[in-house]
Ligand binder design. Structure first.
Ligand SMILES: [Zn+2]
Length: 148
């Protein structure tokens, strides 16, 4: 049960069903929901699907891929970002991640990964509404443009 009293189990719907921030969140959640069914999560039984809107209008998706060694598990956001880069790159504008009971927010590592590909303005879906990466990861590590 979410803090607002609504139940998000298995359903991506929440309080910001419209187009908050000019983003079609329902469409993005639909893509995350569809891909979630292909997650490889035999150990945790916690399948996650991630969908990202790219600045050129593409939608990229990813799923979590668990491993028997647990520590090698890949988050859905990792797969999504790999798909983004392999597909030619671009900047993430908005991201939606769905776990088995509805929206989930990215783990710490994935917040840094999303920050790299979307910057501080990238919006991340949450039950409380879209959250900017700058609020999800204040003080994000940035190497800058310096080349080694
Ligand atoms: Zn993660």
């Amino acid at each position: 049960m979410a803090a607002d009293g609504s139940d998000h189990r298995g359903c991506p719907a929440d309080a910001h069903d419209g187009k908050a921030g000019g983003i079609d969140w329902q469409m993005l959640r639909g893509a995350a929901l569809e891909v979630r069914s292909r997650a490889h999560a035999p150990y945790s039984q916690f399948p996650v699907g991630a969908a990202g809107l790219v600045d050129d209008g593409r939608i990229v998706v990813g799923v979590n891929v668990e491993n028997a060694s647990y520590g090698l598990t890949l988050c859905a956001e990792c797969g999504m970002v790999s798909s983004l880069v392999a597909g030619g790159g671009g900047r993430l504008v908005a991201v939606s991640c769905l776990g088995p009971e509805g929206l989930v927010t990215p783990c710490g590592r994935c917040r840094q990964i999303l920050f790299e590909m979307g910057g501080p303005q990238c919006l991340v879906d949450s039950p409380k509404g879209p959250l900017a990466m700058s609020s999800l990861l204040p003080g994000a590590f940035e190497l800058g443009r310096r080349r080694v």
